[in-house]
Structure formats: C-alpha cells, structure tokens
Design a protein around this ligand. Structure first.
Ligand code: PLP
Length: 392
C-alpha cells in the first residue's frame, strides 16, 4: 500500500485536478518545490557560499539516490544537462562504432532518443538498422533477430514515449551481453514509474532526465555507465570536471597535447551544472524510494488495469499493449480526429491534464493518481464517445 498520508502532504496542492501528463512533464512534490525556492534564497543571502558548501554533499546524495533506484554504484553515475546529451555522448563517443558496423534503433522513438543516433550515423559513418514498429511495439525477439556480427549497440527507450510499450530489457540485454553488444537505454519515460535494475537487465549505458516521473525539474539528467564500457567512450566535451587535475591562475597551462581524464565515468562530465535541478531530481527519487518503487509500480499498473477494464465498454482504439508484462502505467488511445476540439473542451472543463493531439490521447499515471481520477477520466471519455457516430 502506498503511504497516502505522505502523498497528501507532498501533493495536496493538486486537489481538483486530474494530472495524467507525467510523460510530458511530472509534477513536483512539496519537498522539491521548497528546495528550488530555498536554493535561490540561500544563494543570495550567503553571497553564494551556500552553493559552494552544499554542492558536493548534494551531488553525493543524488548519486546515492540514483544508484539505489537502478541498482548501480554511485561511482557509476554522472550528471548531464538533459537526456539528449546523455544519448549523444555514447552515440558520438563509443569507439567501436565505425563504418561497416551498425546500431539497432526503432522508428517509434521520441526524437531526443533517436536524433543522437541519426546525427552520429551521419558523422561517423556506421549503419542504422531500423526496426519498423506497429503501434510502437518492440518485441524483444524481433530486436534479437536483427542482431548480426557487426551490431555494436542496441539503442532503445525503456518505455516508448508516444506508445507506452515497456520493452523487455532483460531479454534484449541478456542477448546483447552474450554477443558483446552494448545495450544503451533511454529511461526517461520509465524511471520513477517502472522499476529498472541495470544489473539484472544487463544494461551497459542508461540516460534519464529529471523532469518527468522523477519529479525534479528542467536542467538535469543522469547517465549510468558500466565500468567496463567507460574506457571505450571518448569524451566529446571536455572541461575541468572530467580531468584529474587542472590549472588555475596564477599558474598557466603547459601541457597542450593531452588531458588527463578520469578513468571512470567522471571523464564524460564537462562544465558547470544545474545544482538545484540535480537536487530536485534527488529529492524526487528520495520520495519514490520512501514510498517504495515496488509499491509505486504496483499502484500505477493497478490504475492502468482499472481504467483499461472500463474502457472496454467504449468505442475507442487503445493502442498500448494489453500484455501485462509490457504495460507501463500509460494508456494511449485513438479517437476520430474531427472530435479533437470537443475532447479539448471536455478535458479543460474537467481540469484534466493529459497529452491530446489530433485524435490521440496519452494518459500517464503517477504516484499521486487515484481510482477516483480514473473515474473522472472514464466519464470524460464516455462523454467524448457519445459524439462518435455508431458503426452500422
Ligand atoms: C524517451 C525520451 N527521451 C528524451 C526525452 C526528452 O529529452 P531531453 O531530456 O533531452 O529534453 C523525452 C521527452 O521529453 C522522451 O520521451
């Protein structure tokens, strides 16, 4: 059971709204709201001493929280500014990717999971093997069947952003490990809702942003990198953070041919970072860990099953998979596009927040959602369906 008193304390401010849009942007708990306010107040009040003194401790705590969330070690984690940067670092930097080799991707991916690979393919000359999906479904066996002796990376989102399909990471990861292929996962649509264990799933590289189900805000993401992979990734960006030492005035630099990069994943970190966003992500994760990720996942899947059951009565095309193992606490459905205006009117009137485009609705559940929210959603969809002409 989720701790409802804790949820009330953290999300009481959302009363009167049904927010099922965490796939777009998550809603922060009170502790994250407070941390963002306090960050600036302290910064100004102490003429930035608070940032200097707190920075290290907050980063350490954030890495511990992230490591707990995905079953990694804190020293295998670094921060980035967003998921795109995380995906781009491996696409541009993995040294095994050369002309003649290939990377497996899928056509239903969100652009920020895909464009880093298209860009790297164009610049570095490796091939892309594209899996053509139906309704964003990516069966593990189909991906495994595409692997060949020249495949170096499988790059996949844990959950497809627009389609809700939760990939069988373990099946893909075990086969990748057996063949020496890197499994690179964009986990932005999964973490905070679904449990991912990087060791159990044989994931080599994972990138995830802060502002969706981790309930942080814009400006931070994290990268996990398996220690054995790190020596094969060349940093595309370099500042002092990725190096073992650096030179500051009154001294001047004398070595211009080499940067002494860290041997671990820190070598991929460059430049100053968005401290308050890193802390927000960390606090969001702390709340999830307090609630228990197994409880969170169970709760979201229960909500999904409950609403899916009710939707069976309506003439809507639910495109998210019915296979319980591939559900992700997200329901995507289609309706006649000409009713999009009416759908907008209904959701606005009912204070429902979801993703709505031409004949497309995406509802993504979060810790604070309840069965009552599902009833509100059902009634809204029922009203929409009254405008759908009956099939003869
Ligand atoms: C799978 C996935 N990756 C990445 C992003 C966003 O990338 P970034 O953090 O770079 O904005 C999204 C959605 O916003 C997404 O759904």
């Amino acid at each position: 059971m989720l701790n409802t008193a804790l949820l009330e304390q953290e999300f009481g401010y959302m009363k009167g709204h049904v927010y099922v849009n965490s796939s777009l942007v998550g809603m922060p708990p009170e502790r994250v709201k407070a941390a963002c306010r306090v960050f600036m107040d302290d910064y100004v009040a102490t003429f930035n001493d608070s940032i200097k003194s707190d920075l290290l401790a907050k980063r350490v705590r954030a890495k511990e929280n992230i490591a707990n969330l995905i079953n990694a070690a804190p020293q295998e984690i670094i921060f980035a500014k967003n998921t795109t940067e995380g995906n781009s670092i491996i696409a541009m930097g993995y040294s095994e990717l050369k002309p003649g080799t290939n990377v497996i991707i899928a056509d239903s991916e969100f652009p920020n999971a895909l464009n880093p690979w298209i860009n790297a393919h164009q610049r570095r000359g490796f091939d892309l093997k594209v899996y053509r999906t139906t309704n964003g479904q990516i069966p593990a066996q189909d991906i495994i069947n595409m692997m060949d002796s020249q495949t170096k990376v499988v790059a996949i989102s844990a959950v497809q952003s627009g389609w809700g399909y939760f990939a069988d990471l373990k099946a893909i990861g075990m086969e990748c490990r057996r063949r020496g292929i890197v499994l690179a996962v964009d986990a932005f649509q999964a973490l905070g809702r679904m449990q991912i264990d990087v060791q159990d799933c044989c994931i080599d590289y994972l990138a995830c942003g802060a502002f969706k189900a981790l309930m942080g805000t814009w400006g931070a993401a994290f990268i996990y990198c398996h220690p054995q992979l790190i020596e094969k990734i060349a940093p595309c960006t370099a500042g002092y953070q990725g190096a073992k030492s650096h030179v500051l005035a009154p001294y001047v630099t004398e070595e211009f041919d080499k940067i002494d990069f860290w041997d671990d994943v820190r070598k991929l970190e460059a430049g100053s970072q968005c401290t308050y966003s890193i802390e927000s992500m960390s606090l969001g994760i702390e709340l999830l860990l307090e609630l228990g990720m197994d409880e969170v996942e169970r709760h979201l899947l229960e909500l999904e099953r409950y609403l899916r059951g009710k939707l069976e009565n309506l003439p809507l095309d639910v495109v998210t998979p019915a296979d319980p193992a591939r559900m992700s606490g997200m329901i995507v459905l289609r309706f006649p596009p000409e009713l999009t205006g009416l759908a907008k009117e209904i959701v606005e009137r009912e204070h429902i927040h979801l993703t709505l485009r031409d004949g497309y609705i995406r509802m993504t559940f979060a810790v604070f959602n309840t069965k009552e929210d599902m009833d509100v959603l059902y009634r809204a969809l029922e009203e929409l369906c009254q405008a759908i002409p009956a099939k003869t």
